[in-house]
Design a protein around this ligand. Structure first.
Ligand code: M6R
Length: 592
């Protein structure tokens, strides 16, 4: 939530900041702004709305400053408005701050500063940071930041510049992500790696409680007591091509088509990093999978695989619920945190909760060096590459690959299972060949107001995920439900205006699902089914039929999920909606 970027170097900072902000826009897009130091003065420009509004407002203003910071906002404290847009400055406009996260004690600090005569101009928590730094400044920005940080509580990351020390940026990380990019005669700060990928692949992922002090000449890292730290520089294996649209209309569509590669790279990455895990699933009393949103749906499928292959009981919990439960976690538990970003605050807190109680923590994350990656005992990385669309697609399938790898780790026929898994990328490719069928269905049903998604066993989480995709990008109400549970309530919703998407591969529950389809038809619901190619029975029972290649029962989620992603995509795209940046959402949710 919110993206921040900083640049100091030999180039004009403005185009670099705006380019970086565009790549960070998926993190929030309520307003955007930049601050630059030019001729000893602080220049601040901000606008409500997307980055393009900010860019428009900058036409004809050829700022030349070589040090600056930028921000794209997902509003938490204070409505989206120009006053509340970042950067925020102190009263004399000598210090400018961009911030991601929440300062929990900002009201207390605000009252204190106001009682000292400080006039606030926004309703944000961020502004207190600017005033606190100005108040503590005594000729050294780092020192002032260290003093200000002592007073702040919450989870946040921020970057600050001052007219007194042009060329210097200080960045702080406590709970929200922040990386340092190392260039030649120039250095960067950003919330996420893709923002700086066109300029450098060398990054330092800051840990919580760390401060980066950057100038064009160098980078120094400290802890909050001011002690210098030695940090490892990582060379990121992605390149900018994979973070651009490559001819697709939207990132989401590009990412759907990248799924064969994302899954293939993930499987090969996991196999080549050694197929022996440093723990045995069977040695734990239970496995607890903790995640949010799409990652939670991946976890539901992981549960069925782990219970089947490893015969260990598995619970899947929403991270936001888990944290405030009194779950009796102990060293007998394996806690698996599934997260694309590795920064989702609920999941991160859940990992900490589990670690404090002695559980072994395993992360399944896409972003190398992210908080959850670093804070867990062991990580299985998904190698999906950067995912820019807010709706998770390729990272979902990559998470499934990692969970399948985990589940099969102790199975006597592990080799055979992995061989089957290696066939999945070509199956996904075949699934994508029928994308046109899905687009036609989208055209026909795009005006419907509600959708029901049904599935049983492995297809139930796929139904949940299909409904989530439709909701988040098309704003159409959709519900996912276990097909067998429908008769206990939701069947009352069905009439001729209700499209019912049924995920029905030929698996152990196929016949039962067919009976559920009959129940829908009897009530005149419009059945859109996803089933194995050549399944004439299913096709005859359905208003619309989307074929997917026939695969082994356990691998069906890899193919059945794809048409549901495409259905949501085409409906949203045909409705003219902002597919990659749906309203009210952000890619990485770093607030509770
Ligand atoms: O980065 P994470 O996997 O932890 O994110 C979890 C959810 O916020 C995420 O999956 C969200 O539900 C997506 N927008 C779904 O498409």
């Amino acid at each position: 939530m919110c993206g921040i970027i900083g640049y100091t170097g030999k180039e004009e900072a403005l185009p670099l900041l705006l380019g970086g902000l565009e790549r960070l826009e998926y993190r929030g897009y309520d307003s955007a702004g930049i601050a630059l130091i030019e001729d000893g003065k602080m220049i601040v420009e901000k606008r409500v709305g997307k980055i393009r509004e900010l860019v428009r407002s900058l036409w004809g203003k050829p700022y030349k400053g070589k040090t600056g910071i930028g921000h794209t906002r997902w509003a938490t404290h204070g409505e989206p408005s120009t006053e509340n847009a970042h950067p925020h400055t102190d009263e004399k406009e000598e210090f400018a701050v961009v911030h991601n996260g929440i300062v929990e004690n900002y009201l207390e600090l605000k009252r204190e500063l106001e009682s000292e005569g400080v006039k606030f101009r926004s309703g944000t928590d961020t502004e207190v940071i600017a005033h606190l730094i100005a108040k503590n400044y005594n000729g050294d920005l780092l020192e002032a930041v260290l003093k200000a940080v002592e007073r702040l509580r919450g989870a946040f990351a921020f970057a600050v510049i001052t007219v007194h020390e042009p060329g210097r940026i200080v960045g702080v990380k406590q709970g929200s992500p922040l990386v340092v990019g190392i260039g030649e005669g120039e250095n960067f700060l950003a919330s996420d790696i893709p923002a700086i990928l066109p300029y450098t692949r060398k990054v330092i992922a800051l840990g919580d409680g760390e401060i980066a002090d950057i100038t064009p000449e160098g980078v120094n890292i400290y802890d909050f007591s001011g002690t210098p730290l030695t940090k490892e520089i990582t060379v990121v294996p992605w390149d900018i091509i994979s973070a651009e649209k490559a001819g697709f209309k939207h990132f989401m569509l590009k990412e759907i088509y990248e799924q064969p590669k994302a899954v293939g790279d993930t499987i090969r990455g996991l196999i080549s990093s050694g197929s022996e895990l440093p723990f045995s699933l069977k040695s734990f009393r239970r496995v607890l999978i903790i995640a949010c949103g799409t990652s939670y749906h991946a976890g539901l499928i992981g549960k069925l695989w782990i219970e089947k292959y490893a015969q260990v009981p598995v619970e899947v919990v929403f991270a936001s619920e888990f944290r405030y439960s009194d779950s009796p976690v102990s060293e007998q538990d394996l806690v698996v945190a599934v997260s694309q970003s590795g920064e989702t605050i609920d999941t991160k807190f859940a990992v900490n909760y589990a670690r404090e109680r002695g559980a072994y923590t395993l992360a399944i994350v896409n972003v190398v060096g992210s908080s959850i990656d670093r804070e867990s005992d062991y990580t299985l990385h998904t190698h999906a590459g950067p995912e820019i669309g807010v709706a998770a697609t390729k990272t979902f399938l990559a998470q499934l690959a990692a969970l399948y790898f985990l589940a099969s780790s102790e199975h006597p026929q592990k080799e055979r299972l992995l061989e089957e898994l290696l066939k999945v990328p070509s199956m996904i490719e075949k699934t994508l060949e029928d994308a046109e069928i899905v687009e036609k269905i989208a055209q026909k049903y795009m005006k419907m107001k509600d959708f029901l998604y049904l599935g049983r066993y492995l297809s139930y989480p796929i139904a949940l995920e299909g409904a989530l995709k439709l909701k988040e990008i098309s704003y159409i109400h959709a519900e996912g439900y276990p097909a067998g549970e429908m008769k206990h309530g939701p069947i009352a919703l069905i009439d001729e205006r209700m499209p019912v998407v049924v995920v029905a591969p030929q698996d152990r529950v196929y016949e039962k699902t067919i009976s559920n389809i009959e129940e829908v038809r009897t009530r005149k619901g419009k059945v859109i089914s996803v089933g194995f190619r050549g399944d004439e029975k299913l096709e005859k029972l359905s208003e619309e039929f989307i074929p997917v290649p026939a695969v082994e029962e356990d691998l069906s989620p890899f193919v059945t999920s794809v048409p549901l992603q495409l259905l949501a995509y085409h409906i949203a795209s045909k409705l003219g909606l902002d597919v990659d940046q749906p309203r009210n959402l952000a890619k990485t949710v770093t607030v509770e």
